[in-house]
Ligand binder design. Structure first.
Ligand code: BTN
Length: 322
């Protein structure tokens, strides 16, 4: 009911009477008042004027684990969600927790990261109030070779959440990036601790550019945010909840067997396929056309000689993108 009240207040933009809200929702005015009280506790600024009703004046702009986790009921990812004000890196924090026995499914998010990490030792810009920065812990009981596919599954889940919740044409740039209009909106950094034949844990770190209005000089040519693409500010808590729900669904499927239609859809959303790419494999540059993603998550590249080569990690430059 909370979401419905919010929607009605937002849609109107002015004062909406308690009587009208209770009639539309089929509940008592006391119930409406309780919802308004709860919204205020969550940081929504709601003005109330006798004989006029309620007016939404402002929304909270901080990550809140109670809002994110409300009615989420996930089974595999987000079984516990913790939001920190600031941390060096949510990946580092998850690794510390994992070493201390934290359970599979834990999510650590942070309002800001002082040492946000990207792939290949790069920095991940992690200002407060802009993006969603989090890492989930998984103890999948799988061999190390299967872990690359978890990253692909996570990227696909984020892509789906962005498409459905924000209405953007998000696509997957194999293996770790989500792009909108050929610019990066999300990056994923997966780390693991493993024995030779079995993974102890996987830390999947996800950074989504949500309300960012600009980026630093060196990355702005290839970066975008949901705000830049839609012109609208997003309530990060609500988008985050949708991302976690999708992660839970897709990672559960990954652990039990991904349905064929999911694989097909993944390939449809993979912007790398069908394009000219340059990849590195064992220090050798591979050029060709990306033609497929194997069941193990490798990118299959057809070289000009016709030979098919598979690449399982690293950076791939896609012509016309980055
Ligand atoms: C990349 O594209 O290079 C990967 C970026 C991953 C960034 C996220 S933000 C949350 C988590 N914590 C980190 O320090 N990095 C990941």
């Amino acid at each position: 009911m909370k979401e419905q009240v919010l929607k009605m207040l937002e849609a109107d933009g002015g004062y909406v009477s308690g009587e009208y809200l209770s009639r539309m929702l089929g509940v008592s005015r006391t119930a409406v008042w309780k919802v308004i009280k709860r919204l205020r506790e969550e940081g929504y600024i709601i003005d109330s004027v006798t004989n006029k009703g309620y007016c939404l004046k402002g929304k909270p702009d901080f990550l809140d684990e109670n809002i994110i986790g409300r009615d989420i009921n996930t089974a595999v990812i987000g079984t516990k969600i913790e939001v920190l004000k600031t941390v060096d890196s949510t990946n580092e924090e998850i690794k510390r927790r994992a070493s201390n026995g934290a359970k599979s499914g834990l999510i650590i998010a942070a309002e800001c990261q002082t040492g946000g990490k990207g792939r290949f030792g790069r920095k991940w810009e992690s200002e407060s109030g802009e993006g969603i920065y989090f890492t989930f812990l998984l103890r999948p009981g799988l061999p190390p070779a299967d872990i690359a596919s978890i990253t692909l599954a996570a990227g696909y889940a984020v892509c789906e959440a962005l498409r459905e919740y924000s209405g953007v044409e998000a696509k997957i740039k194999w293996p770790n990036d989500i792009v909108i209009n050929n610019k990066k909106v999300c990056g994923i950094l997966t780390e693991m601790a493993a024995q030779m034949d079995m993974v102890d844990y996987v830390a999947v770190g996800i950074g989504i550019n949500v309300n960012n209005k600009s980026f630093s000089e060196d990355i702005k040519w290839k970066s975008t945010s949901v705000f830049i693409e839609t012109g609208k500010l997003t309530e990060r808590n609500l988008l985050f909840r949708e991302v976690i729900k999708k992660l839970d669904l897709i990672i559960s499927e990954f652990l039990t067997g991904i349905p064929e239609e999911r694989k097909t859809h993944f390939k449809e959303l993979c912007i790398t396929l069908g394009r000219s790419v340059t990849a590195m494999r064992g220090g050798t540059e591979i050029k060709g056309t990306a033609v497929d993603v194997s069941s193990g998550g490798d990118l299959i590249i057809r070289q000009s000689s016709g030979e098919l080569v598979s690449v399982n990690s690293g950076e791939v430059v896609v012509q016309g993108i980055y």
